[in-house]
Structures are given as C-alpha cells and as structure tokens.
Design a protein around this ligand. Sequence first.
Ligand SMILES: [Fe+2]
Ligand SMILES: [Fe+2]
Length: 266
Amino acid sequence: MSHSRYNRSSLVRKEPSTDTLTPPVPLFDADGHRIYWLGVCEASAFRCNTYLVRSGATGVLVDPGGRNHFTAVRAAVEKIMPVEALTGMVLCHQDPDVAASMIDWLAVNPALTVFTTPRTHVLLPSYGHRDYRLHDVEATPEFTLPSGRSLRFIAAPFLHFPGAFTTFDESSGFLFSGDVWAALDFDWRLFVDDFDEHVPRMDLFHLEYMPTNLAARGFVKRIEHLPIRAILPQHGGILREQDVPRALDYLRELRCGLDIIYADLQ
Ligand SMILES: [Fe+2]
Ligand SMILES: [Fe+2]
C-alpha cells in the first residue's frame, strides 16, 4: 500500500451522501434474531454508525454513539422496540463518538449491561456514570442472548485503543468492527459497492488512527478463520461477504501510523 493514496482533500468535499436512508434499516432477520442499522444520517465525513442486535424481546446496542445523536438513535430504536426493553450496549472503546451517550441510555434504563474491556471500563466513568452492570468481554468473551444466539468478543489490541475489541454475531456472521475498517467520506453509502473506490476512504482513517502494521496483521490472525458474512464498522459503509477476503488483505498490507511517521527507522 503506497502512502501516495492518502488524500486528505476528500475530507473537505461538500457533496451530499447519495444514500438518503431513514433509520432503522433491517440488515438481517432469522427466527426473531434481527440486526438493524440505526443511523446516524449526518453531513460529516466522520459520520457514525450505530447498530442494534434484537434477539427475541431483548436488544443490545452496538456503538451507541455520541450524546449529540442520542435523540435520533433513540427514535430509531423506538420504531423497533420499547427502549426500556434494551438490555445492553457494546462499547468497543471509550471514544465519545462510540460511548458518550452511555449516560443517556443508562438514564433510560439503569439496568443496562455495558459490554466492554477493563481498559475501557477504567475510562467510561469520565462520562459521569460510575455504577453500571459490567460484562467484562476479556474475562467472558462469549455472551448468549436470551434467544440462545451468541455474541463473541474478539480483542483488537491497539486498533486504535489498547483495549479495543470487535463483536462477532454468530448467527448472522456479522462482525461489528468498531474503528477497524472505518472509512471517511461525504459520499457515504450504507453498503460498499466498489472496494477499490473504498480503499482511499479507509486510508483516510487508518493511516492516521491505526498504530502500525503489526497490530493490523495480528488482529487478522485472530479473525481470519471466522465465517464472516459482513463487516459493520463504526464509520463508513458496510462491507459485504464478497469483499471480506480483500478487507483482510487490506489490514495485512496496511502501512499506517508509526510505520509512516518513523519510516526512516525501519
Ligand atoms: Fe475511536
Ligand atoms: Fe470512531
């Protein structure tokens, strides 16, 4: 991967997104196990995705998002199920675009379980809520939903936080990847149609936010055996099954962060 593909200029383009979707958008449905895209729609290259795993009468938010989007995400949930019926939220790291709304969700339902790593858990009280039910995804890397379906939590060390992790939904084969495979662009689509066109958008994020090739390659080794049918990042479009092999190659070959800043030391 050459550094020359890195083009910051696309961050300031003002073309609107071509996808004008109204969340929630159903992405998967099998025997009452459903996955939805909950938004958000925003004219920002740093647009965020929030997802919902609904299993039977319960629901788990994935990457619930910032406080600025809480009202919109809540409205999307309410089209699917009562917000009081939510049972948990997956916080793949503590960045505000992922986790700041946790205090709003806990105000709605103080019994919500927070699925996260110990390193993230140390920092989450900075948002103002210290007492919540914790599921430590390192100590217990599998969670069985009331329907019997399972979520598997897979560490993604240093991508881009030391305690970052991803979530694999066993039933759908969907990998909720957080900032891994995140992409930045105003010209956003819910699904990636052209992987080659998508690569520069991923470069905009990964070359600056991801630390080094070793972290990316190490993560691929952890997940390459999984039957991944889609990759659902926190920013940018969803990668479909046919693009998964190339997405894995993208990380294997990625030169990023310190590889670039300290290239002369290698
Ligand atoms: Fe982040
Ligand atoms: Fe993010």
